[in-house]
Ligand binder design. Sequence first.
Ligand SMILES: [Zn+2]
Length: 243
Amino acid sequence: MIIKPLPILFSSGSMEFYIYPVLLKEESELTLIDCGYPNELYKLEEAFASIGEDMSNLKNVLITHHDHDHMGGLKELVTKYPKVKVYASEAQVPYLKGQKKSLRLEQLERIHAPKDFLDMVRSVEYIEEVTPISDHQMLPIGEGVTVLQTDGHMPGHLSFYVGENHTLITGDALVCEDGELKIADPAFVLDGEQEIESLKKLLHYQIDTMVCYHGGVYQSENLSEEIARVAEMGYSVEKSACS
Ligand SMILES: [Zn+2]
């Protein structure tokens, strides 16, 4: 299977960074994992074009969770490309359909986040059709893509394991920052203990490469040891810094 991270530059004021939706290509079948911010579908289309692909050939979109940077562009995408089928965990489906209030919005309102951040999250539009997929389910893409529920950052958060490539698409379960593998930002983790349990679960898989939504490709010969170390450290660093 061909796995192509699609770096998308996000900028707001003086802030600039890349996010990494991932394209899986098996023969002519295209599957996208996460789809970026609201009103930025054109950036994804440009990213497809830059690698010689056409978004009108897209068949599936797998969503890791309902944060605005991961699925904010979904409504625009399925409106323009109505043949696309969208998949997410059962726990996430009601949020993607707008039947339940965004957990992130609830959190941000609780902590009185800046207005422009709230406005961004409130601008997300929801969709009607989402197919639930479950933990350990093998999706019939290539030789199989394994759904791994990695709760913590959010309930029902998913990561995806492509066994034939020994590659994990992490979503927000792990991030890569300045070339270093790290646990997801504690400010946005809704259940820290659960997050650590999810990392331990990843140790059962042979992973040589990761694609982090925040940070992009991370490779190491000792990835299992590194994940174990990140899980071991957990949030202790941040906790001690706060106390
Ligand atoms: Zn997130």
